[in-house]
Design a protein around this ligand. Structure first.
Ligand SMILES: CCCCCCCC/C=C\CCCCCCC/C=C/C(=O)SCCNC(=O)CCNC(=O)[C@H](O)C(C)(C)COP(=O)(O)OP(=O)(O)OC[C@H]1O[C@@H](n2cnc3c(N)ncnc32)[C@H](O)[C@@H]1OP(=O)(O)O
Ligand SMILES: Cc1cc2nc3c(=O)[nH]c(=O)nc-3n(C[C@H](O)[C@H](O)[C@H](O)COP(=O)(O)OP(=O)(O)OC[C@H]3O[C@@H](n4cnc5c(N)ncnc54)[C@H](O)[C@@H]3O)c2cc1C
Length: 616
């Protein structure tokens, strides 16, 4: 199919090599080539062809995705793939923006076995689980409790005579609920999205399991019922940590898809007139459309950068823990908590902005933006609800203030809290990304000190830390967000500095995105900068001007920047986001193919005719 002339023109501009940026995003040329190979292994294999999942009922969708997920597993094994990124490539190429039915088995059942089973148990369960000879799930949440783990009601009473645990969900609120991939007792019913996953309920009534079913790499129960605590009790939370550490990159992936669709479509879509008689411009030429999408384009790159960094950091900490060193577990936990919370929340807001920036067609499943949205938005609740996780980060920051007062060294990711920040000089309208980072770190430091003063005062008054925290949860959450933004901006600036050395032309365009990210973050909290007397109104006016100027620099690069995400059309599965930009013809073809147009609904005759007969 010929290329849409608008997109053809967009691709003649640009100042950097798209393929080189794709290699950077993938982690090197070889990784790009391997990803292409794996995608083609899926896309050329007829077993992965099937009905358009956007036309399927919940039951049909589940069945079709389970069929495909089994094919994904077979393909992964056939190609001897054990790298999680490569396995995810095969998975994503097949799932059409859905979450597959066996995802929880991989991310929430196999992972804890790997983390907390001893060698005997690994032989017994981990090896068959990795071969899908046993299929598992992660049944923690109950009807009555999800966030408050210490409030869970399920019981495991040890029967010393039989060396067994007797499991019970003693109350209705104790029923295990939301359990992804749990086909034992029942499905919890239709959901907002996640149609590919059978989130189940599980009632336990005197279910007996052997003593050695308790994963025993950390804590264990001896034959006489004595509980031997793990060296570090918090390691039992580790299975949630693994998914949280991965979710920032999942957020970046989903936002990159949405931004690709919205920016390509905004170049194809012509609407209204700027100068009468001069034709309808591309909607991406409107400043308001750029103001919707370019900060999100910058955000997608920022989130990808920090998502890769978080996974590397988490993997290092897990290796340290495997060798018995727990000193970085707390930092890993609060980084994963803050990044998972902020990134997934801002991503689902961003996908929604991408959807309505495509007008009515964004609302059609032909765009796939609604599919990406409803499957992504769960990530702000699942694996730790946003506020819950931000409070974890906030409590850690309050401890950092005490550490600072006591002269205890801080973890590297919060070292900036110990830095002094000079008032900014007059910010002219081309402030660089390093100055923007300093400003964002400054705000986080001031906010942490401000919140800590309130919590301390409350603690003095009540002597109860939980009460003190509970009274200031709103500003504690804001404090955690401010810190997390400093972590994101620091990762982005660090990566762009590195790329400026290795590939100046790519680095330059990424530095423009980094500035857009930083300026957008500062303008979103401009009142704090005035209140802390770090910036003046003139500075804020100047960086507002800078933002609009940055949009003009990014405008000719925008399509190339989303092309660099390198989504194959069959992976993106969006008519608005097609690489060739042939939207209208394919929208019409897609609509005509809808089963709704295929069979005579019969309902028309059945009910409308009744109206006629009723002679109202
Ligand atoms: C074939 C290949 C396929 C590959 C596919 C890949 C592609 C995947 C595609 C899409 C991805 C989608 C997948 C997502 C699936 C999601 C499924 C969802 C699963 C779930 O939701 S499982 C259930 C999750 N539940 C929670 O997260 C509960 C949240 N609540 C809590 O974590 C706790 O209640 C708490 C931490 C909030 C409170 O804990 P507690 O009451 O004990 O009290 P605290 O004082 O706050 O904490 C005590 C102490 O522990 C420390 N702590 C807490 N948590 C952790 C942790 N996780 N790690 C380390 N340390 C932790 C805390 O800091 C305190 O320490 P101090 O005492 O202060 O030192
Ligand atoms: C798509 C999806 C898949 C899931 N898969 C699984 C799974 O496979 N296995 C599993 O075990 N669970 C699973 N879950 C459940 C998930 O872990 C919980 O929904 C999540 O932990 C939130 O807990 P909750 O639902 O009890 O919400 P609640 O904690 O009841 O939250 C309700 C509101 O209360 C607020 N709140 C709660 N506690 C506090 C507090 N201390 N301070 C301030 N505000 C508070 C929250 O911020 C929120 O606004 C899944 C959920 C979803 C949506």
């Amino acid at each position: 199919m010929p290329m849409n002339p608008d997109l053809e023109k967009e691709r003649q501009g640009g100042t950097f090599d798209v393929e080189q940026l794709t290699h950077i995003l993938d982690g090197g040329r070889d990784k790009t080539l391997k990803r292409h190979f794996l995608e083609q292994e899926v896309l050329k294999d007829p077993v992965f062809r099937g009905p358009d999942t956007r036309f399927l009922s919940r039951e049909e969708l589940f069945g079709e995705l389970l069929r495909k997920h089994v094919a994904v597993i077979k393909k992964t094994q056939e190609l001897s793939i054990d790298d999680i990124n490569e396995a995810s490539t095969i998975y994503s190429a097949a799932m059409n923006n859905n979450v597959g039915p066996l995802t929880l088995h991989s991310v929430a059942f196999v992972a804890p076995l790997d983390l907390m089973a001893d060698d005997e148990q690994k032989k017994k369960w981990l090896i068959p689980a990795k071969k899908y000879e046993i299929i598992g799930c992660y049944a923690q949440t109950e009807l009555g409790h999800g966030s408050f783990i210490r409030g869970l009601e399920t019981r495991a009473d040890y029967d010393v005579n039989t060396q067994q645990f007797v499991l019970n969900t003693p109350t209705e609120t104790a029923i295990k609920w939301w359990v992804g991939g749990c086909v034992a007792v029942g499905d919890i019913g239709p959901k907002f999205g996640f149609g590919g996953v059978d989130n189940g309920y599980l009632c336990l009534n005197n279910v007996r399991i052997p003593r050695d079913n308790l994963l025993a790499k950390t804590g264990k129960v001896l034959e006489d019922g004595t509980y031997v605590k793990p060296e570090n009790p918090k390691v039992v939370y580790g299975s949630m940590l693994g998914i949280r550490a991965a979710l920032p990159k999942v957020g970046a992936y989903n936002l990159s898809k949405a931004v690709t669709i919205a920016i390509r479509y905004s170049c194809v879509r012509h609407q209204s007139e700027i100068k009468p008689g001069c034709g309808e411009p591309q909607v991406l030429d409107y400043q308001t459309q750029q103001h919707k999408l370019f900060p999100l384009l910058a955000t997608a790159y920022a989130f990808h950068t920090v998502g890769v960094w978080m996974l590397d950091f988490h993997s290092t900490v897990m290796n340290e823990i495997n060798e018995g060193h727990y000193h970085r577990l707390a930092e890993d936990h609060v980084l994963a908590a803050g990044l998972k919370a902020v990134i997934n929340w801002k991503t689902h807001e961003g996908i929604e902005i991408c959807r309505f920036s495509c007008g009515g067609h964004g609302y059609s499943l032909a765009s796939s933006l609604p599919v990406i949205y409803v499957n992504h938005v769960a990530n702000s609740t699942a694996e730790g609800e946003t506020v819950i996780l931000l409070l974890q980060t906030a409590v850690y920051l309050m401890k950092c203030v005490i550490d600072l007062e006591q002269g205890t060294p801080l973890d590297p990711s919060v070292a900036y809290l110990d830095q002094s920040f000079s008032k900014s000089e007059q910010w002219c309208s081309d402030v660089d990304m390093h100055s923007l980072l300093k400003a964002i770190q400054f705000r986080s430091k001031k906010f942490t000190e401000y919140v800590s003063s309130f919590v301390k005062k409350e603690l003095m008054a009540t002597g109860n830390q939980q009460l003190a925290f509970n009274k200031h949860k709103v500003i504690l959450v804001e404090c955690a967000k401010a810190h997390t933004e400093a972590v994101i901006m620091n990762a982005f600036v660090t990566k762009v500095d590195e790329i400026l050395q290795s590939n100046p032309s790519v680095g330059k365009v990424l530095s423009l995105l980094c500035q857009i990210y930083g300026v957008t973050e500062i303008l979103a909290h401009s009142g704090d900068y005035i209140q802390y007397e770090y910036l003046r109104k003139i500075d804020l006016d100047n960086i507002q001007d800078q933002l609009f100027k940055l949009y003009t620099y990014i405008r000719p690069e925008a399509v190339l920047l989303v092309d660099a995400f390198d989504f194959h059309d069959e992976v993106l599965k969006s008519i608005l986001g097609r690489y060739d930009g042939q939207v209208y013809e394919n929208m019409f073809k897609w609509a005509k193919a809808s089963p709704f147009n295929k069979q005579d609904q019969g309902t028309f005759r059945k009910y409308i005719q009744q109206l006629k007969q009723a002679k109202l």
